[in-house]
Design a protein around this ligand. Structure first.
Ligand code: TYD
Ligand code: MG
Length: 454
């Protein structure tokens, strides 16, 4: 006889409670507890009977494990390979999160179709076979080793996997899956958690890599539980402004590689195209020089990128001046404005300030501060900065320009793209040992910077 257990689960953070509560004691959100029924059946997964080495597992000495056990499957997509830390690790579970309509299904359909040497299985709970066929036709890639399945039941899926024995599985999406062991609705916390747990057990037992696609909520968290992130090996975030064609695939967690890699794509009529030289698209080629534009040499993970920062400083019409940012931290802008006001004597207090990062990219690297300051000053003075100069440096509260990490890589990227001059912090001087053709100017304060530029 099966024992049924009901429990209340917070749909926001996954906290369990024996009774209903109005406010979650863990994440403080209101009215998020939902009653869910959990069947305590004797769980027996379908692949276990054959792949019984799960039961024969014994502990091994580190030396006994051969290196070849971590085999990586290379996809035809170099951006994806890099983001994954050099290909897909066998038996790994990779969660791909993104807003609806950003292009997750397109990316993985495309990646699977391109890998014609291995058997891939794409499981969709969202679209019909015809709809996926239509999309595949649009991508114009033929592949005989590619299988499609539309199902939402985990046991059906594992049954099918047992028949086809794919080398790579994509699940689109985790929110549509349903496990027989749990009675709650698809997409609820316990359902999502249970299905993911089953997939993780499957992946580890059969050494098959699985991509799990998941939707994120408006506030940017993976719908349902945070717990999902702990269960999987790698978490990728697929993001981008819907009004731009550029899409960014970002690693937020990776057990097998760098945890902050980045890949850039462009959504086109024929699917997603890799952007191999992102700096070129992030800098607009202009004939005439405009004020309020400065170029920063920033890092995204281990990759140098040159990006255009644009500022517009106008006289405030209303009493309270506006500060608006896209792709940058508003509080960071307010801080830099305060530094300029206090240390440089510029009256930004009576100005509206708008700041924009090119291409819809969100920048977190503090080394972009110097370029932001330059863009602000350029717009304030209405004097353009030559497009052959780029900037790198963090700005401190007393107006000092601080050293940043990986300075040589940034300089090399600027040189590669044909910049004539790069302005860096004086305190970075000792960390530059290579010789560069590009002219390097050192500054220590923003006053000095102002004197150089204007
Ligand atoms: P989709 O992969 O369905 O998004 P998700 O799975 O993240 O919800 O992407 C849908 C969008 O991509 C849709 O707006 C159409 C667009 N698209 C193209 O621009 N070109 C293409 O070749 C394809 C297949 C889709
Ligand atoms: Mg989709």
């Amino acid at each position: 006889m099966s024992k049924n257990k009901t429990t209340f689960i917070c749909q926001n953070c996954g906290t369990e409670s024996a009774k209903w509560q109005g406010k979650c004691p863990s994440c403080n959100s209101w009215n998020t507890f939902v009653e869910e029924i959990i069947h305590k059946d004797n769980k027996k997964e379908i692949w276990e009977d054959e792949q019984s080495d799960v039961k024969n597992t014994r502990s091994k000495k580190l030396g006994e494990i051969s290196d070849s056990e971590t085999v990586r499957i290379l996809t035809k997509d170099n951006e994806l390979n890099r983001v994954l830390g050099g290909g897909i690790v066998e038996g790994s579970v990779i969660l791909v999160a993104g807003e609806p309509g950003i292009g997750k299904s397109t990316l993985f359909l495309q990646a699977c179709l391109q890998m014609n040497t291995i058997t891939t299985l794409y499981i969709s709970g969202e679209e019909s076979l015809q709809q996926i066929k239509m999309r595949a036709d649009r991508l114009k890639i033929a592949n005989d080793n590619f299988y499609l399945l539309t199902s939402t039941d985990t046991q059906t899926i594992f049954n099918e996997i047992k028949k086809i024995r794919p080398q790579l599985v994509v699940i689109d999406s985790i929110q549509t899956l349903e496990s027989q062991f749990i009675e709650s609705a698809p997409g609820s916390v316990s359902q999502v958690r249970e299905c993911t747990a089953e997939i993780v057990r499957f992946a580890k037992a059969t050494n098959t890599p699985v991509f799990i696609i998941g939707h994120i909520t408006k506030d940017g968290s993976i719908a349902g539980p945070k717990v999902l992130e702990h269960m999987v090996d790698t978490v990728l975030q697929f993001e981008g402004d819907r009004h731009y064609a550029y899409r960014i695939l970002r690693t937020t967690k990776n057990r097998f590689g760098n945890g902050s890699e980045l890949g850039i794509y462009e959504m086109s009529e024929g699917g997603l195209k890799q952007i191999t030289n992102p700096s070129e698209i992030l800098i607009t080629q202009k004939d005439e020089q405009l004020s309020g534009v400065a170029i920063a040499a920033m890092m995204e993970g281990a990759r140098p990128l040159l990006i255009e920062t644009q500022a517009l400083v106008t006289h405030a019409v209303y009493g309270t001046p506006q500060r608006t940012v896209t792709g940058y931290d508003l509080r960071r802008l307010q801080l830099l404005l305060a530094v300029l006001e206090k240390r440089g004597g510029f009256h930004f207090g009576v100005k509206d300030v708008f700041l924009n990062m090119a291409g819809g990219i969100k920048v977190e690297d503090p080394a972009i501060d110097l370029a932001v300051i330059c863009a602000l000053l350029s717009s304030y003075e209405d004097k353009p900065i030559p497009m052959s100069i780029c900037f790198v440096g963090e700005v401190g509260l007393s107006g000092e320009v601080r050293a940043v990490s990986r300075i040589e890589q940034r300089i090399a990227e600027a040189e590669k793209l044909g910049f004539e001059k790069i302005i860096v912090s004086k305190f970075n001087k000792k960390s530059i040992s290579s010789t560069f053709k590009i002219q390097i100017s050192f500054v220590s304060t923003i006053e000095e910077l102002y004197r150089i530029l204007f």
